[in-house]
Each structure stands twice: as structure tokens, then as C-alpha cells.
Design a protein around this ligand. Structure first.
Ligand code: GLV
Length: 317
């Protein structure tokens, strides 16, 4: 029997793969975010950690697990794993796993929620109604821009980007995608700057890595059409948030839909005050079904490592 520390509260049933295998599972029923000391203690005391993107699993945590303890696996309950120092884990022989696949469709739905809301300015219109500013139907009130028949530029074309593209077909959109390596599929372009300059809706689907931090920087934001909408459901630091806020304030792009931010839960004040910005609190995968599936998959990955097997979603080389 191994000891598993779960850093946040997870949906009912999510931990069954570990409980069924007879492991001791220590849960965080208060859902308090672990500070670095609590994470290092978890590393020292546990064979496995199930963590979330709010936990920084960096070298001190992993070293505490490897030298002071018996940590064998860090199972991130997320598809993105930029919160885990994978290189150090690999060096110390600690497996890292993630939860791809199970959140693809839900995150694509959230992306579409943002595409539609940010193109049609739904939240601004709703705010007018709620505040009593709405004085009745006006022919030229709340004018926005279409989604159907426009050009969608996808930056990154993995599972989620492709799921967003499938939905775009029903909206009659022209779809292009940029990845570093040729996908060999229709719509691929090597030229990110050209995609940015020619798309009506740009949606980001690259993981956060050293190469993609501020990929959408001030210069690239300046390339967007003044009628463009930028949507980000991946990780906040892929976009220079301040530059985006400046562009929105200056009217240099039409709108933005953001589910992720550079310093969550802090949102740049200029973004909060920016016009035509739809801002969601990182709810990309937040449905009951998907969050339960993510927890179960992370638990399955951890249980596999503890059983001496190769886990389904190993990200350490
Ligand atoms: C959520 O942001 C995830 O990476 O799963």
C-alpha cells in the first residue's frame, strides 16, 4: 500500500482507481492551496502526488521527494503541465503524467463560448441590460461582428485546436492553422505572422513552454486586424497581457476572449477595464463530467506507476 497526497479537493469518484487498489489517499477536503512548504512535505511523505495547475511542483519539492522520501509519481490533473519541472523529475527518476484527451471537447466548447461571446459582444450587451442602461431595441445598438463565414486562425493544432476546427466547419468558416512542423493537412501555414494578419478570429492552442511564452507579444498583437478577435484558452503567459490590454483600449483589435491569465488569479487591471473583453476565470474544462474524468485519469496514471506499470499518459521521457 502506497501513500498518495492529493493537493486539492477532487470530484466524488475521481480517486476510485487509487482507493480500489488499496492505497492510502490523503485528501485536502478544505481545498486550501498548498504553499511551497506543504508541497515539499507532500513530496517527502508520499509515494505519489496528485496535483493541479495551481501547484508549482518545482525542484525543491521533487528533491524532497527523491532524497528525503520515496516519491515515484507526480500526476497532474490537467493536460498542461507547465507547473511541473519535468526535466528535474526525469533526472530524479520521478514519473510525471497529465490528463490529455478527456478534456478536449469541453475545452473546445469553452473556446467557442469565447469566440461567440467576444465576436457578438454578449457580455457587454448583458451588462447594459443588467445595469438598466438598455432603453429598448435600437437598430444600431450593440452592433458586433459575425462569426459565420469568417476566417479562423488556429495557433497550435493538437487535440483541442482540431476540436475547435471541427466546430468551425458548421459555422462555414475558412480555417487555417499554424504549427512549427508541417501537419500535411489543408490550411497549414508556416507563417504565424501572416495567419495573425489575415484571420478574423485567432484562437491559441499551444502549450506553455519556453518557446511559447509571450508568443503573442506586442509586435504580433500589432499585426492583428483591427476587426480581429483574439481568444486564449491555453495558458495566460502565451500572450503579453499588458500589450493586449493596450491594444483593446486603443481599438487596435476588435475584441478578446480570455479564459487564462498571466498571473492567475490576478488579472491585469488594464484588462479588467478594457472594452470588448470577455474574461472567464479559467473554466475551460470545468464541467462535472470532464473534471471527474480528469481526476480518474490522473488517479489511473498514479496507480499504474505505483503498480510498476507504464502509465497511459507519461510525459517524462
Ligand atoms: C487546464 O487548463 C488544463 O491544462 O487541463
Amino acid at each position: 500500500m502506497a501513500r498518495v497526497v492529493v493537493t486539492r479537493r477532487l470530484p466524488a469518484g475521481g480517486l476510485d482507481p487509487l482507493l480500489d487498489a488499496g492505497h492510502e489517499v490523503i485528501t485536502n477536503d478544505e481545498d486550501r492551496v498548498f504553499d511551497p512548504a506543504a508541497l515539499a512535505k507532500a513530496g517527502r511523505d508520499a509515494d505519489a502526488i496528485l496535483c493541479l495547475l495551481t501547484d508549482r511542483i518545482d525542484a525543491p519539492v521533487l528533491e524532497a521527494g527523491a532524497t528525503g522520501g520515496r516519491l515515484r509519481v507526480v500526476a497532474n490533473v490537467a493536460v498542461g503541465y507547465d507547473n511541473v519541472d519535468v526535466a528535474t523529475a526525469a533526472r530524479l527518476g520521478i514519473a510525471v503524467t497529465n490528463t490529455p484527451g478527456v478534456l478536449t471537447e469541453t475545452t473546445a466548447d469553452t473556446t467557442w463560448l469565447l469566440i461567440l461571446a467576444a465576436r457578438r459582444l454578449a457580455t457587454d450587451a448583458e451588462a447594459d441590460l443588467r445595469s438598466g442602461r438598455w432603453r429598448g431595441w435600437g437598430f444600431e445598438d450593440h452592433l458586433s461582428l459575425d462569426v459565420h463565414g469568417t476566417r479562423l486562425g488556429l495557433v497550435g493544432y493538437g487535440r483541442i485546436g482540431r476540436a475547435v476546427a471541427r466546430r468551425a466547419v458548421a459555422f462555414g468558416m475558412e480555417i487555417v492553422h499554424h504549427t512549427r512542423h508541417d501537419t500535411g493537412e489543408p490550411g497549414w501555414t508556416a507563417d504565424l505572422d501572416e495567419l495573425l494578419a489575415t484571420s478574423d478570429v485567432v484562437s491559441l492552442h499551444v502549450p506553455l513552454t519556453d518557446a511559447t511564452r509571450h508568443l503573442i507579444d506586442r509586435d504580433r498583437i500589432a499585426r492583428l486586424r483591427d476587426s480581429a478577435t483574439l481568444v486564449n484558452t491555453t495558458r495566460g503567459p502565451v500572450v503579453d497581457e499588458e500589450a493586449l490590454a493596450d491594444a483593446l483600449h486603443a481599438g487596435r483589435l476588435f475584441s478578446a476572449g480570455l479564459d487564462v491569465f498571466e498571473r492567475e488569479p490576478v488579472v491585469h487591471p488594464r484588462l479588467l477595464s478594457a472594452p470588448r473583453a470577455v474574461l472567464l476565470p479559467h473554466i475551460g474544462s470545468a464541467t462535472i463530467g470532464t473534471r471527474t474524468a480528469m481526476a480518474r485519469l490522473a488517479a489511473t496514471n498514479a496507480a499504474a506507476v505505483l503498480a510498476g506499470e507504464r502509465p497511459p499518459d507519461l510525459v517524462t521521457p
